[in-house]
Design a protein around this ligand. Sequence first.
Ligand code: BES
Ligand code: ZN
Ligand code: ZN
Length: 464
Amino acid sequence: MLGVNDNKLYSNLLIFKFKNFSLEYPEEIREILAYSENSGDLKELEILNTLGKCDYKKVFILGLGTTEEFNSVKLMRALGSAVKSIKNSIEDLDILDNLREDFGYNIGQVLELSLYKFKGIKQKEINVKLQKVNVISSCKDEISKGFIVGNSVNFVRNLVSLPSNYVTPKYIAQQAENIAKEGNLDIKIIDKYMLEQMGMNAILYVGKGSLHSPRLVALQYFGDSSSKEITAIIGKGVTFDSGGITLKPGKGMENMVSDMAGAASVLGTMKALSKLRPKKNIIALIPTVENMPSGNAYKPGDVITTYCGKTVQVISTDAEGRLILCDAIAYAKELGATNIIDIATLTGSCSQFLGGINAGLLSNSDELANSIINTGKEVGENFWRLPNNPEYLEQLKTDSADLKNSGTSCGAIVAGLFLESFAEDVNFAHLDIAGCAGSASGSDLYDAGATGMPTRTLIELLMK
Ligand code: BES
Ligand code: ZN
Ligand code: ZN
């Protein structure tokens, strides 16, 4: 239970301490602080047993570093690491927020993120011990907004972690329906029959081998009728990527249940934005399929006439993400999008050379690329821009069709350029999150597992 109140509720307290600046504390805390040996270094955590000297049993003192170097990312790292280290040893906690008002937004977010635990599917639920957290603060609005964002990111993490016998294309569509209903968004679910009528063949082909039929989910939020600007966010929703006929090796294939992390991130972004209601026009598109081998599956060599009319020769059925995305990009253009951003666990190549530290970013617009990079810095998510020289596209030339779906080298770049060629003259950015969607080690903010990246960047970008 997470909340914000004006006064003490629980038996343990966490307070902040700067290295070079004295924050104001209530009288009873000041006495305790006299016993503190915390130097105020960033993330330094000291536990004081109050021995009855005040109303709290334990006081946790958390260093925030120096005021000059302090920012919202540092605050989230410090508070996240503190919560993570104490969340299995105490049951309740008050946090005294005596920082600047806008930091409440970050406090709210990081509490949600650091307390989250993926419960899996187990007979007995295992919860973190720390179930009651109260922020003592006068910045209720900022903190509540932070809770909305953190909660939406946790929704993404859950969806990414759940297996593909739960998260099917139908399940993704149902989640979108829930978000639309809860947040009053327009929704259209284009089913297999309608996809056929419309000629969304790339989505249909990738989904052909599966018993779970594909869908294209469209959510709309129009918050600024005076503007013609529309941003489309498109998330890759492959609920399981076996590779199809170009079957992946068995080792590690279970991780391909998270090949819908882009879709989850788009859903989480819309979940948050439907509550935060920015003055922006946003379309969210989620092509969702299961990529399976079968007697009915699409095959290497097949030529697909995609939604915009361009034809693609399939070289690898494992390069399926770009196929479902190219139909969605064409559809976004038709709907009048002026900015298109896709989010996809698209290439092993990207995760190999950027790891989990940076997501790959490929864009035809310096302005859009820089705004994503800068927004990412503000929230602590990193994006590294990839080159997009047209020469890389030479790899995708073929006699059989307008282009092939896979080349020979520079996988992440070629995949991004494949998508960019469908966006044509519309501002376009592609985010390859193959290495960032999950983390084996976790970070200051969250435990190992799904990260929810780049949901916070998307939310912030669309709130501006
Ligand atoms: N879903 C994978 C990419 C991926 C790999 C995500 C590892 C997360 C971790 C994607 O559909 C894929 O299989 N890409 C191929 C493309 C190749 C066949 C051109 C890849 O990167 O190997
Ligand atoms: Zn694949
Ligand atoms: Zn994939």
